[in-house]
Design a protein around this ligand. Structure first.
Ligand code: 13P
Ligand code: SF4
Length: 326
């Protein structure tokens, strides 16, 4: 449950929780990593805030014995895959992902059997079992560079996000076999809402996450250059931050989960950021709260475990992902 912050009492409770979390983090020698979609107070106290690629990179760099992942389960699994000998905690182990749930290890094995010799490219939003069946993982931050690195004569199986798959086919010109999965939050961003916001904020840049169905409607068939001229960009969450810093425009419509607005507004208070659709809220990301983060650090549970045989195979595909720079 989100913490009410609109009364003096609630603000006092929040302040005490934050102090307790900071104290426990020091006592346990833990590092707190938070995704860009986390609630503001968690982003504000985290040691690192970033997109899926940034979180995996931070997890691979840390030497802290305890990693707390404020994000969803596949992100905590990825941190564990990269740090098998460290303790990885997640404040709520039921924080799942509708996209990761759209393909199982068994389904991927059956798909591979239909295409022997194909290179399997999986989005990082997948279970450890799917990563173990994968040749190379990608995030929205480096997917294009990964696809371009695969020899042209190779067949590619891309899973599980169909909109990211379609976007990659368009920008790289590469034909792939694409799994028909989707994220319920991004697929649910309503084009009608975006049209209304564009009318309300004429001249605003529209920044779209490639998991959105609307990325197809707004930019399908346009070249990357034309997208720029139109003020529409398809970007990972970290890419949106970079674009907003570089752009000379002052207003931006953000087509992704609304948690990113906190960081955008905090880092660029002189610019205006509005949601393309304010209903784009991931209930899984919002399952991480200050009280369960405090409990998790205090009790050192729930911790994330990945069976050793799966972990070893999954690590190869995640390490390949980290070796290719966007
Ligand atoms: P990025 O953080 O990689 O942009 O992905 C967004 C997302 O939906 C993560 O679950
Ligand atoms: Fe998964 Fe979508 Fe939530 Fe990201 S926003 S964690 S892809 S359900």
């Amino acid at each position: 449950m989100a913490l009410a912050t609109d009364t003096a009492e609630a603000r006092g409770t929040q302040r005490r929780l934050v102090e307790e979390i900071r104290r426990l983090r020091e006592e346990k020698n833990a590092v707190i990593l938070a995704h860009n979609y986390q609630i503001g107070p968690i982003q504000d106290l985290a040691d690192f805030v970033g997109d899926s690629l940034g979180l995996a990179q931070a997890a691979s760099r840390t030497d802290a014995p305890v990693i707390v992942m404020c994000g969803v389960y596949f992100m905590a699994e990825t941190a564990k895959i990269l740090n098998p000998h460290r303790t990885v905690l997640i404040p709520d182990s039921k924080a799942g992902c509708s996209l990761a749930d759209s393909i199982t290890g068994e389904q991927l094995r059956a798909w591979k059997a239909e295409h022997p010799g194909a290179v399997v490219v999986s989005y990082v939003n997948t279970t450890a079992e799917v990563k173990a069946e994968t040749d190379i993982c990608v995030t929205s931050g480096n997917a294009e560079a990964v696809i371009r690195s695969i020899p042209p004569d190779k067949e590619i199986l891309f899973c599980p996000d169909m909109f990211l798959g379609a976007h990659l086919e368009r920008v790289t010109g590469r034909k792939m076999h694409v799994w028909m999965g989707e994220c319920h939050v991004h697929a649910g961003i309503r084009p009608g809402q975006i049209d209304e916001q564009r009318e309300k904020f004429p001249g605003a840049e529209l920044l779209i996450h490639p998991e959105c169905g609307c990325s197809t409607r707004y930019v399908w068939g346009q070249s990357v250059g034309a997208m720029r001229a139109d003020g529409t960009h398809v970007l990972s969450t970290e890419g949106m931050l970079r674009r907003a810093r570089q752009s000379d425009r002052n207003t931006f419509l953000i087509a992704t989960e609304t948690g990113l607005l906190h960081r955008l507004r905090k880092e660029m208070p002189e610019k205006r950021f509005e949601p393309a659709d304010e209903g784009a809220v991931c209930r899984y990301m919002k399952m991480i709260t200050l009280p369960n983060l405090r409990d998790c650090l205090r009790d050192m549970t729930p911790d994330v475990d990945v069976p050793p045989d799966i972990l070893e195979r999954a690590r190869r595909s995640v390490e390949r992902m980290l070796s290719i720079k966007p």
